[in-house]
Write a protein that binds this ligand. Structure first.
Ligand SMILES: Cc1ncc(C[n+]2csc(CCOP(=O)(O)OP(=O)(O)O)c2C)c(N)n1
Length: 343
C-alpha cells in the first residue's frame, strides 16, 4: 500500500474500554463472539451433512465488528440492516440460536418460518438479512429517514455492507440523499478484501474506501481494525454520540478478514493457504480479545475453554431443536405474501 493509500486507523484504549464496560460484561461480549463462531462452524457441519439447503455465508473472522457495534450502541431503539452474511447480527439482535438454526434447516420453527433460510434472518430491530448486493442500503437509508421524520430521540440506522457493494449505484444514491437530508445513518463497509473471488483492488477504484468516498458526499469517515473489539467498540461509541448530536450520516470502513470462502460452495482458490492461515492467526478477533483479557487478568486459558464449551453446547442443542422441528406446512405458503402478480 502506498502512503496516500494508508488509512488513518481509529484506536480504542483497552483499559478504558474494560473500565467502561465492566469486567463481567466484557466477558459477555467474548461469549457472544464465541456463540457466533460456534454457530457458524456447526451450521457448516450441518450443511455438509445435507441438513441445510440453499446458500451459506459465514461471518467467521468478522465477529468483532458487529459485536463491538452492539456493545457500544445497544439495540433498543436503532434499526439494523445487513447482507446475506447475517447470522451474527440476528443472534446479536435477539434471534435465539434455536430459531436461527431452525431457519437454516428450513423448519417451521425457524426465524422466517423456514421460508428464508440462511440469508434472510430478521430480528426485533433487524430489517434483514437481504441478498441483493447494495439493495439493502436504500432500506437502511429509509429507516434513517423515518427516525428523522418521526423525530425519534436517541435512534440511528446502522447499515452493514461489503466492499463489493460500494460500487453499486444504490449505495451512491443512498449516501447522497443521506448527506443531503442530514439522515442519522451509519454506513459500515466491512472490507474483507474480496467480493466473491474478486479482489477489492480490481473492483473499487479508490482506497481507502471510506476516507475517499466520504469526501464526495461531504460526510465524516473512519477506518477501523475490524479484528479488534476495543477499537470497534470505541469507534461506535464515538459515532453514536456524534451522529446523535449532528444528525449527519457517517461512513465507516472496518478492515477485516473472512475466514471462509465467499459462501460454503466457494473453494477459495484465489488466495493461498498460507495467506489465509496467517490471516486466521493474526487477525482472529476472538484470539485478540482473549489475549487482551488474559493480559488484564480477566480470564485464563481454562476459563476461556469453559466459555467456549458453554457456547458450543448451546449451538449443539440448537441443532437438535432444528432436527426435531417439523417442516413447514405447504398450506401456509401464501401467508405473509404482500405482493402478488396480477389482479
Ligand atoms: C445486485 C447483485 N449482483 C450480484 C450478486 C451476486 N453476489 C452475491 S454476493 C456478491 C459479492 C459481494 O461482496 P461484498 O459486497 O464484498 O460482500 P461480502 O460477501 O464480502 O461480505 C455478489 C457479486 C447479487 N447478489 N446481487
Amino acid at each position: 500500500m502506498s502512503e496516500e493509500k494508508t488509512p488513518r486507523f481509529f484506536h480504542g484504549d483497552p483499559r478504558k474500554v474494560i473500565a467502561e464496560i465492566g469486567k463481567e460484561e466484557i466477558l459477555g461480549h467474548l461469549k457472544k463472539m464465541l456463540l457466533i463462531r460456534n454457530f457458524e462452524m456447526r451450521g457448516e457441519q450441518a450443511y455438509q451433512q445435507g441438513k441445510v439447503g440453499g446458500f451459506y455465508h459465514s461471518y467467521m473472522g468478522q465477529e468483532a465488528i458487529q459485536v463491538g457495534c452492539l456493545a457500544a450502541v445497544g439495540s433498543h431503539s436503532h434499526w439494523f440492516t445487513t447482507t446475506y452474511r447475517c447470522h451474527a447480527l440476528a443472534l446479536l439482535l435477539g434471534v435465539t440460536p434455536n430459531e436461527a438454526m431452525a431457519e437454516l434447516y428450513g423448519r417451521a420453527t425457524g426465524n422466517a418460518l423456514g421460508r428464508g433460510g440462511s440469508m434472510h434472518l430478521y430480528g426485533n430491530r433487524m430489517l434483514g438479512g437481504l441478498a441483493i448486493v447494495g439493495g439493502h442500503v436504500p432500506i437502511a437509508t429509509g429507516a434513517a429517514f423515518s427516525i428523522k421524520y418521526q423525530k425519534q430521540k436517541g435512534a440511528l440506522s446502522f447499515c452493514f455492507l461489503g466492499d463489493g457493494a460500494v460500487v453499486q449505484g444504490a449505495v451512491h444514491e443512498s449516501l447522497n440523499i443521506a448527506a443531503l437530508w442530514h439522515l442519522p445513518c451509519v454506513y459500515v463497509v466491512e472490507n474483507n478484501h474480496w467480493g466473491m473471488g474478486t479482489a477489492v483492488s480490481r473492483a473499487v477504484c479508490i482506497e481507502p474506501i471510506a476516507e475517499n468516498l466520504a469526501k464526495s458526499y461531504g460526510i465524516r469517515s473512519y477506518t477501523v481494525d475490524g479484528a479488534n473489539f476495543f477499537d470497534c467498540y470505541s469507534l461506535f461509541k464515538e459515532v453514536l454520540s456524534d451522529v446523535l448530536e449532528r444528525s449527519e450520516p457517517v461512513l465507516i470502513e472496518a478492515i477485516t478478514e473472512r475466514f471462509r470462502g465467499h459462501s460454503i460452495s466457494d473453494p477459495g482458490l484465489y488466495r493461498t493457504k498460507e495467506e489465509l492461515a496467517m490471516a486466521m492467526d493474526e487477525k482472529d478477533p476472538i484470539r485478540i480479545l482473549k489475549l487482551a483479557l488474559m493480559e488484564a487478568g480477566l480470564i485464563t486459558e481454562e476459563k476461556f475453554k469453559v466459555l467456549d464449551k458453554e457456547q458450543r453446547d448451546i449451538v449443539i442443542a440448537a441443532m437438535k431443536f432444528a432436527d426435531d422441528s417439523p417442516w413447514p406446512d405447504p398450506i401456509i405458503l401464501e401467508e405473509g405474501v404482500f405482493a402478488q402478480e396480477g389482479g
